[in-house]
Ligand binder design. Structure first.
Ligand SMILES: [Zn+2]
Length: 237
């Protein structure tokens, strides 16, 4: 709105129209999904406002929304931080996913259309391309989005909302607790799951999903917590 009052002072800030609330929300979420923002990173309202060209009031609205979803921790008198799930919370994320996602796969296997199966396979091809280029941020983001895509196809709004919260939370958990070079979602398992969905084999789809989630959890190491390297520039890079 009032771009004239915004004076980009830090280097590398290109002049552009102010971001909308949705864009800022999406960018913070994407930076988390791609592991570009470490858990514990402080989100300084003033700098976010400067970098995005929107008011601090709008930044606060976005941070409150992210806080509501558990991605950002709002600490009174200290500010907003990228959430840093404890071991217990990390385990809870996976317990919840194990409760929800096998049933989600079973539901989709009942109703999946050929077009939906094609869309799932296309997504897996994108994951494959990211792997070929060793593009780790994209691999991690696409792996999470695959699970959200299944929720979209099931067509249950509440389920979709849950999965949209659980996917970024899982990324935070992986950022904190994965073993070096852990591969996010084991690649071939998404393909196996699609095969079961395409065959309308609900039992096999549910079993594939459960095994898949157990494999992801098994790549985590809850003994070691890495140091966060906070850099909120990553949001707009
Ligand atoms: Zn997966």
């Amino acid at each position: 709105m009032n771009r004239a009052s915004v004076t980009p002072s830090s280097k590398g800030v290109a002049p552009r129209a102010p971001y909308s609330n949705e864009e800022i929300y999406g960018r913070i979420q994407k930076a988390v999904l791609e592991h570009r923002l470490a858990p514990g990173t402080k989100l300084i309202e003033e700098r976010l406002a400067e970098m995005s060209g929107v008011s601090r009031t709008k930044i606060r609205e976005v941070l409150n929304k992210l806080g509501h979803e558990g991605l950002v921790e709002l600490v009174p008198n200290r500010g907003a931080f990228i959430a840093s799930p404890s071991v217990e919370q990390a385990r809870d994320v996976f317990v919840t996913r194990r409760m929800i996602e096998p049933e989600m796969a079973r539901l989709l296997s009942r109703t999946a259309t050929p077009a939906q199966v094609r869309a799932l396979r296309k997504h897996v091809r994108q994951e494959g391309d990211a792997r070929k280029h060793n593009d780790r941020p994209a691999i991690i983001r696409l792996s999470g989005e695959f699970h959200v895509l299944i929720a979209e196809m099931v067509g249950n709004e509440i389920l979709l909302r849950l999965m949209r919260e659980l996917a970024p939370l899982t990324c935070l958990v992986i950022t904190l607790y994965d073993k070096p070079n852990a591969p996010a979602c084991p690649h071939h398992e998404h393909g196996d799951l699609i095969d079961a969905i395409e065959a309308h084999d609900g039992a096999r789809a549910a079993a594939c999903m459960l095994e898949h989630l157990e494999h992801i959890e098994a790549t985590l190491n809850f003994e070691v917590v890495k140091d966060a390297s906070p850099d909120i520039e990553a949001i707009f890079s």
